[in-house]
Design a protein around this ligand. Structure first.
Ligand code: PEP
Length: 251
């Protein structure tokens, strides 16, 4: 529903320095006036290397504190200082492996926005939750709690990524209509939490085994404004194909 698509690569804990160089060689130069934003989330230690290549970059995770005795954490202001554009929060791997809950995710989201980062809030149901008919209630709750107490002025810096857990890294993609149904219900939730205009402006990305062969029909859905991509974002040629598919979408 927004005017621009987003193609966001989540490299997770992958890519060496030499693989990053090869990635950018294979990606080539992206056009200037494009219909999409191309963003990369590398390991935090590789942010400068990605930024050197002239592409917008951000973090996969961020601290809920901005400074002080928090060994091993990365603060929102340090990311801003480096030139990062955004951070993911609430990725399902962080929720599942590192036991991050909605309250913790909300604190990271609010602090990051306050310090000037754009935030991609990830949400999505497990297979069991889908099979029990809980998709909408789980996702709505993640959105409601994740976005609690956000200042009105910061709404335009929030992007939602719907990533069904059963589709992440599994090769199983939600069908375009399965994804569209959830995106539509997220948009409805945003209208309820914010208002019609802010909800229409919000970008809602789909993530879960997106690849060059299925991205076009996903982007073609009314409420899908882009893709958050893991595996298929690691190779420059594949990432370029995702970007080209966004460019080829009808307005
Ligand atoms: C992700 O990690 O956000 C993701 C969607 O991964 P994949 O594209 O590999 O399923």
């Amino acid at each position: 529903m927004t005017h621009k698509y987003y193609i966001v690569g989540n490299w997770k804990m992958n890519q060496s320095l030499s693989e990053i160089s090869t990635f950018f060689k294979d990606l080539g130069t992206l056009p200037d006036n494009k219909k999409y934003e191309a963003w990369i989330a590398p390991q935090a230690i590789h942010l400068s290397k990605v930024l050197e290549n002239g592409i917008k970059a951000g973090a996969q995770n961020v601290s809920d504190n901005n400074t002080g005795a928090h060994t091993g954490e990365v603060s929102p202001s340090a990311l801003i200082d480096l030139g990062a554009e955004f951070t993911l929060v609430g990725h399902s791997e962080r929720r599942a492996i590192y036991k991050e809950d909605n309250d913790f995710i909300n604190r990271k989201l609010r602090l990051s926005l306050e310090k000037g980062l754009k935030v991609i809030l990830c949400c999505g149901e497990s297979l069991e939750e889908r099979e029990n008919g809980m998709t909408e209630s789980v996702v709505n709750r993640q959105i409601e709690l994740g976005l609690q107490d956000v200042h009105e002025a910061n709404r335009s810096d929030i992007i939602i990524a719907y990533e069904p857990v059963w589709a992440i890294g599994t090769g199983k993609t939600a069908s375009p209509s399965q994804a569209e149904d959830v995106h539509q219900s997220i948009r409805t939730k945003l209208i309820e939490l914010w208002n019609e205009e802010a909800a229409k402006e919000a970008a809602i990305l789909y993530g879960g085994s997106v690849k060059p062969s299925n991205v076009a029909e996903l982007l073609n859905q009314t409420n899908i404004d882009g893709a958050l991509v893991g595996g298929a974002s690691l190779k420059g040629a594949d990432f370029r194909a995702l970007c080209d598919a966004a460019e080829d979408q009808k307005e």
